[in-house]
Ligand binder design. Structure first.
Ligand code: HEM
Length: 247
């Protein structure tokens, strides 16, 4: 018996949304109040601040919502095609924001003569953007256009779902190492001041968001009500079938 009921499901989704919005607002306040705000002018030192804000808005909030789209849409009478389109468009927006976020940091580094791609954050971050881009392109080709036959789509789906969750994990590693670097560069580790407290709280909220989103998208309860998938019992895994055959 599932521990999740419809009421609990709605509560979990609303909690994820509330935490997601809080993360975006807290990031905005942090960089606006303490670190000089946001400036589109490349020569300004505040231009860098677009990097963390756009990454968190796109890769955390929009991507998290893109992942939950099919679960949230499960309770609403909307076609699977429209859900797929929303899923794709949210990720396309997230990817576009991440490109601007990368441009902001690379331009900032060039302007100030800082070296590129030194830290763990840089390496994991760039790999995350590349994986995200590949997943987006492959997802579009397989599920939207030209959309090959069902056998290929079904085979690719397992791979797509795994990488969707894995890349979300990579986003969390990128963001948490980014927050740590930011605090380090701002000399925050000299004492527990309000900036460090906000960064630590932000990091805990990021973990809570990651946990809730992952729970929602991996818990079979959320799939059962999908009006387009039907409510048939899930198939046994190939491994379980093999074990049963051997017994
Ligand atoms: C998924 C989200 C993120 C990705 C993919 C990402 C990716 C990157 C990449 C590739 C660089 C290297 C730029 C260069 O070498 O010129 C970089 C630099 C940087 N990022 Fe991020 N980042 C993310 C989020 C964040 C966040 C949330 C923060 C801070 C709160 C942050 C702070 C920094 C800092 C301080 C630098 C410049 C210092 C350095 O060279 O290490 N990043 N990021």
């Amino acid at each position: 018996m599932s521990l999740v009921s419809a009421g609990v499901a709605v509560l979990l989704i609303l909690s994820a949304e509330a935490i997601g919005v809080t993360i975006v607002v807290l990031t905005f306040i942090l960089f606006n109040r303490y670190w000089g705000g946001f400036d589109l002018d490349v020569t300004s030192t505040s231009h860098f601040n677009l990097h963390p804000f756009l990454m968190i808005l796109g890769f955390v909030f929009l991507y998290g919502n893109a992942l939950m789209v099919f679960k949230v849409g499960a309770g609403v009478n909307i076609s699977k095609f429209k859900l797929k389109l929303v899923h794709f468009l949210l990720q396309l927006t997230a990817f576009t924001l991440s490109v601007f976020a990368l441009l902001a940091v690379f331009k900032y580094h060039r302007q100030h003569g800082y070296p590129n791609m030194i830290s763990l954050h840089n390496w994991v971050g760039l790999t995350t953007v590349i994986f995200f881009g590949l997943q987006l392109v492959l997802g579009f080709l397989i599920f939207l256009f030209p959309r090959p036959n069902e056998r290929i789509r079904a085979a690719f789906k397992t791979f797509h779902v795994f990488f969707g969750i894995f890349i979300f994990g990579m986003v969390m590693v990128s963001v948490l190492t980014g927050v740590t670097e930011q605090v380090f560069y701002k000399g925050g580790f000299e004492g527990l001041n309000s900036q460090v407290i906000i960064c630590n709280l932000l990091s805990l909220l990021l973990l809570a968001f990651a946990g809730l989103v992952t729970y929602i998208i991996t818990n079979p309860f959320f799939s059962l009500a999908d009006p387009n998938e039907g409510a048939e019992p899930r198939e046994e895994s190939a491994l379980l079938q093999e074990i049963k055959q051997k017994d």
